[in-house]
Structures are given as structure tokens and as C-alpha cells.
Ligand binder design. Structure first.
Ligand SMILES: *Cc1c(COP(=O)(O)O)cnc(C)c1O
Length: 235
């Protein structure tokens, strides 16, 4: 399917150019930003394609889809990021293949991922997902812990055998100004870093708002549709 290769190559090149410009505008080195190609809904052949085109990191959001794709693509040496809302009963499966989980948002999930990582003899890097619009004790509509609850979750991840604390992640709330949302996220990230200096990951920015994320200091961009095209509706 050479047509698909050209399509993905063009998408990836356009995204790379946006990232390059955003880094230049922010006075940041391009090497300080990891592009996670979000392959959810796209077949394993697209994972292979984007790897051949130079991608090093891919993102998935549903375990039922990610586990078989990972198995099919295990030879590619990619880093696998789990970015979607995660049910506790899927944590053990995800801990088998995910290098980084971006969506850690509650204590029970921390414990389940830690148990899964130990079971598989792996270390899973975890980012605490922040729901900038959630009230304390609640999670956001797209997952994520309230800002007031982030510090305790970060401490729990850092203390868990089998996990390492990477930092924080957020999706800009619907209707919010992404620049403001990511600035708030950056403040939360800084607070986490004061307690955990090695937790330097700031995962923010998708196809529509990656420039604002880079300006706010994002270290990880999670970009799907701008690389692969509009997703088919979820089945
Ligand atoms: C799907 C998804 C993305 C990618 O979104 P695009 O708008 O297609 O770039 C990023 N982050 C999360 C959490 C997602 O679920």
C-alpha cells in the first residue's frame, strides 16, 4: 500500500515541521520534545510504517487493541505509551507491554500497575494525569485526578516497587484555552518536581494544540490524527 505510506510520511513530515517551528519559537531544542505517534484505531501495519519512517514512540489508548498490536510489532524496538483511560482490571495486561502509562489518576490504579509490573518483572514509567477541571476526590470526564490530588498520587507512584514516576500529563479541557490549561499543568508539574526532581516528563499537546504545549514546556506530544488522518469512528 504505497499510497498509505505516502499519506503517513506526509503527515509525519508536516507534524515534524510544526514541532520544529514551535521549538524554535520557544527557544527550546527539538531534542527536548518526544513525539508520540498515537496509532489507536490504526492497524499494526501503520505502526510498522511509522516506525520505518523514523518514529521511536507510539501511543495506544485501549488495551484490547494495544496488546495484539504490540505483539505483532515487538520486533520494532519501539517505546509503547498507554495514553487512554485505564480500568484497574486491565492494568496487569498493560504493564506487560507499556513502557510509559500517561493516564494514572487514582490510587487503586497505581497499586494495580505496580502489581502488574512486578508480576512481569518490568519497570513501568508512570505519569499522573491531571484533570484541570476536576474537583478534589473526583476524576475528570476524560480521566485525570484533580490538581489537589496529584501530589499524593505522585508520592504513591514514586514509592511503588515496579513503577517509576515520570511526571504529569493532561488533555486540555474542552472549551478551555489550551495555552492557559498547559500553563496550569506546568505549575502542577513544577510542584511535583520540587518533591521528585527526576519526574521531568510533561505530556501535553495533541494534533490541535501541540504549539501551545511546546510553548508551555511539554516534553511529550501525543499526536494521532495529524499524522495518520481522521480516525475511523470507534467500534
Ligand atoms: C487520541 C488521543 C490523542 C491523540 O489525539 P489527536 O487529536 O488525534 O492527535 C492524544 N492523547 C490522548 C489521551 C488520546 O486519547
Amino acid at each position: 500500500m504505497s499510497g498509505r505510506r505516502e499519506e503517513v510520511a506526509a503527515g509525519l513530515a508536516a507534524v515534524e515541521e510544526r514541532v520544529r517551528r514551535a521549538c524554535a519559537a520557544a527557544g527550546r531544542p527539538r531534542a527536548g520534545v518526544v513525539l508520540v505517534a498515537v496509532t489507536k484505531t490504526w492497524p499494526a501495519s501503520d505502526v510498522r510504517l511509522v516506525a520505518e519512517l523514523g518514529a521511536t514512540d507510539v501511543g495506544e489508548s485501549r488495551d484490547q487493541e494495544a496488546a495484539p498490536k504490540h505483539a505483532e510489532c515487538a520486533d520494532l524496538g519501539l517505546r509503547w505509551h498507554f495514553v487512554g483511560q485505564l480500568q484497574t482490571n486491565k492494568a496487569r495486561s498493560v504493564a506487560a507491554y507499556a513502557d510509559v502509562v500517561h493516564s494514572v489518576d487514582r490510587a487503586r490504579l497505581v497499586d494495580a500497575l505496580a502489581a502488574g509490573a512486578r508480576h512481569h518483572g518490568r519497570t513501568v514509567r508512570c505519569l499522573v494525569q491531571v484533570a484541570l477541571d476536576a474537583s478534589p476526590g473526583e476524576t475528570g470526564p476524560r480521566g485525570g485526578a484533580a490538581p489537589a490530588d496529584v501530589r499524593a498520587l505522585a508520592d504513591r507512584v514514586a514509592a511503588a516497587e515496579g513503577l517509576e514516576l515520570g511526571g504529569v500529563m493532561a488533555v486540555a479541557p474542552r472549551g478551555a484555552d489550551p495555552a492557559e490549561a498547559f500553563a496550569a499543568l506546568a505549575r502542577t508539574a513544577a510542584a511535583v518536581r520540587r518533591a521528585h526532581p527526576a519526574a521531568t516528563d510533561l505530556s501535553a499537546g495533541m494534533s490541535g494544540d501541540l504549539e501551545q504545549a511546546v510553548a508551555a514546556g511539554a516534553t511529550h506530544l501525543r499526536v494521532g490524527s495529524a499524522v495518520f488522518g481522521a480516525r475511523p469512528p470507534l467500534g
